[in-house]
Ligand binder design. Sequence first.
Ligand SMILES: Cc1ncc(COP(=O)(O)O)c(C=O)c1O
Length: 356
Amino acid sequence: MCPPHAEVVAMPVDLRSDTVTRPTAAMRDAMARAEVGDDVYQEDPTIKALEMRIAGLLGKEAALFVPSGTMGNQLAIKVHTRPGDEVIVGALSHPVLYECGAAAALSGVSLAETRGAFFSAEDVRARVQPNAYYMPRTRLVAFENTHNRGGGRVWPLGLLDEAVREARSHNLATHLDGARLWNAVAATGTTAERFAQGMDSVTVCLSKGLGAPVGSVLAGTKSLIQAARRLRKMWGGGMRQAGILAAAGLYALDHELPRLHEDHARARTFAKAVAGMPGYEIDVETVETNIVNVRWTHKADVRLALEMLRDARVLVSSLGPGQMRVVFHRDVDDAGLGRAIESFETIGKLLGMVSS
Ligand SMILES: Cc1ncc(COP(=O)(O)O)c(C=O)c1O
């Protein structure tokens, strides 16, 4: 019971990212019961089970449990390249924006961004450096599916296949950053294996929409994973009884993967409702998964809108001037969705009055 006069403060509706989820009681229970061993000795049965399961889902020979998606991507870049090489990546992709310049620092490579987040065979062709001794050697093409800054959109299969084929025709390696590949699978019904077809390496995350507290998995050939295992140790990522973390991943594959479509449905409901409100612009048709990019159209600074949303206990992230990002996940239910829509409406109207 509340003491008299106690103020009841609503829990925030946290829409900043799908990484903010907290493990459920059932997931924690699975973690507590996990059989473990020393994984640096390769003796943790739960980690082995997770690695085998994900390798199977992606149609690859082997897999490696790593602490983060960043480490998975960076291990892949390191294994595929030599210092001085160049990697073709989509515009605004994760290694360009959010991995602390690790590709340059750890692998000594440069990143050549294409014009768009999604790119064609022609874009790959245009980006491959000519074979001249004074130019960087293009070595790898990295794809991001779904594309985080691209509003969680899914790569169209035809476009993806053509770009992969083009990369292969230049003897380039291919890597898929599938931090949210599960969302692409849930949105399209296309299997993870199909999206991973033609990729030499794939990273998937367990700590985004799947709600695990930690963990990503890098998959590829046995020899690629052997090389990555050595590098993971070198970079301080060798873990011991981390089966308790892998158990969260296994639990998530069974119990969280099947519910991702609920996040997508809420994202779409939100987008449809807010697209018609003063102050906001959303391309509803581009909302394919759990991420909604929102353009702020009032003259008032978007930072003011974000502050007012925060005061209303609705947290969203800024994507720079005039842009917000709203992400749905397992810890946002219909009541949270309703509160978010109401707050957007109130703040859009209020700031419309002061900025007109
Ligand atoms: C597309 C993409 N790749 C990689 C990562 C990195 O994952 P982590 O935060 O586990 O390093 C993220 C994180 O949000 C991401 O969105």
